[in-house]
Design a protein around this ligand. Sequence first.
Ligand code: DGL
Length: 260
Amino acid sequence: MNSPIGILDSGLGGLSVLNEVRQVLPNESIVYFGDSAWCPYGVREAHEIQRRVFEITDFLIEKECKLIIVACNSATIAAVEALRATYPLPFVGMEPGVKPAAALTKTGTVGVLATEASLAGKKFHRLVSNHADGIKVITRPCPNFVNLVEAGELSGARARGIVEEETLPLIEDGADVLVLGCTHYPFLRPLIEDVAGAHISIIDTGTAVAKQAASMLPSNSGSASPHFQIHTSGDLDHLRDVLPKLCPDLTADLYHCDLT
Ligand code: DGL
């Protein structure tokens, strides 16, 4: 069974999940859709995100995807339940790693970096009350992180300044664990680790999501020569420039697609 896995995100952030999927499932072909023309999702209304995610899902189903990873926390919160109720194929969604963070903290304070859309949802509040009872959870939306990653600006003085501005207040407030609750943020992880220092733990659920996808596929799934397609609703030349920074060892066919 050689149909591809579909992966979608508001833009290029879900490529951090694609990288994890390639580690865990090296034989799987992947069709990725990055909605860079509509990025950021994190400041949009849930119904607007949901409508867009349904259109992308129709596109991925046309490409014969057998499973779809909603590699965007904001889109997961807005749409994953509706997707599961509508389509017959399996969906894997994202969830900020509040549970492992609560188990790891020694100070009793964790910082969650995520988009406004992810932090405002009922789902996030449920996550905190189910798994971080008695833990102080400080949240912080970082739209500038998304902008940096979309621009492929992963290092340098400006990026470092932005990372300092967003992460240091959480650490000053006592957080010893930082949760990366948006799929764009792992691309800034080296900078975040450097700014935060070795005493701060960083949690990213990308690997767990890839393993969850693997557990939903039959053991003979995939092929010896997987292929990769990346579709963007944004600028194709920009994707061509930025991709080597985000996925250094990936050879993929790149396309522009408006979905209309
Ligand atoms: N990558 C998306 C997420 O995980 C968010 C970025 C955006 O705001 O579009 O939530």
